[in-house]
Design a protein around this ligand. Sequence first.
Ligand SMILES: [Ca+2]
Ligand SMILES: [Ca+2]
Length: 495
Amino acid sequence: MKNLRRKTLAAASAATLGVGLALTGGLAPAAAAGPDTSYLVLAPQGANTSKAAARVAAAKGTVVATYDQIGVLVVRSTNPDFATQVAGAGVESVASTAGLGTALDEGETVEVSAADVASATGDPTKEPLYGQQWDMNMIHVPQAHAVNNGSANVVVGVLDSGISSTHPDLATQIAKDKSTSCIGGVVDTTEAAWNPTNSDHGTHVAGTIAAAVNGVGVTGIAPGVKVAAVKVVNNDGYIYPEAAVCGFLWAADHGMQLTNNSYYIDPWELNCRNDARQRPVWQAVQRAIRYSQSKGVLNVASAGNSNYDLAHKITDTGSPNNGTPEERVNLTNACLDLPAEAPGVVTVGAVGPTGAKSYYSSYGQGVIDVTAPGGDTRYRTQGVRSTSTDGILSTTFNTVTRTNGWGYKQGTSMSGPHVTGVAALALSAHPGMTPGQLSSFLERTAVAKSCPEGVYNPVPLISATNPHLYDATCSGGARNGFYGAGMVDAYNVVK
Ligand SMILES: [Ca+2]
Ligand SMILES: [Ca+2]
């Protein structure tokens, strides 16, 4: 969905333009305060942050969070010359995160009418809305539950827009003592802080992983496990790197074995490789991901909804969004889509109800590890109209009426939590696997899917002017660019 991707970026640039201009205005009087700006200050790898903290104070910055585990400080400052003045011994690099927030690919929610309360049977297929959960049949969730529906020892961090703690399908499923907001890079564990504000994205994701089998609404894939809300999406719908850093470290230091990351940050779209200012920011996020893995966390991430070949960024002609597209041939893996492309992260594409790649799902040989249901509301009509029931049904929170409910969304944001849920079942049945063992187990137990022949075009009628808007070509054999090692399977990981 290259158009959407460009729109997202346009919004990000507009929201942060003012800050960027102010920062480069070197002629302002030294005494004038600039805008209140967030920075990541990196100490040398392995060093503690005390020297860096002293330099921050001298440069008129305020440390708002200290991440000694990875040698990173989150700092706010109104000093327009902060980045220059903080440099010195004990500081490896510094970067403002202004302009580096990525908009959450929110997607539309189509609500369904409230389900009648039945009696809890322990059978997921008896949940009132189960008949609309085609995704659960596709990955054999009922068969899995007959063996194992999850252990309460497994806690999944949902790095997202918060989870509604009053939702009847989720209230019993949340590890409240492990839930937090990470907005601004700073931990706030009050319940209000990690509940949703302007987005129910995280509530939907959490329901796919662990909605209760309780005679109400839907079933999740692993209702026996716990989810923790780790809110990284701010009230404007942006994920900033300092929030992601905070989220990975929180999950790692609070005994979580898994995180779900249904968001992505696109530095390469912003020409990261040629931008020295951005590089420290991505280094900080990568340090955080590496740290979490060292603490036994497997991180699962969505591939993105751009129908983009992530293995061939070098031919990108879609940027910049604000002018004539230019071919950029210097893009390399120097800056990766994070967290999806960080080493060790399970990267997930999406399929619709037919099992074929969803029209929007990004792909790429060597990038996609596994696939899972994310919905495809266009395949039935070849793109002409949306069929909402071909999306993924899960728990919702209406941010206008402030009420809980159920509804459909589609995206790799929805397929990611299917993999996370299956991984949670796998750990429940086979405790003690390392992140590396778990990710290879997920791949070994996945059901391989072969490439479609030729150019794949599921929605030729979606655009009146461009019938090839969603063309994609799959490469590879048993393991390929559309489906990775194949479709994850809940039964195969517990049997
Ligand atoms: Ca339920
Ligand atoms: Ca990966």
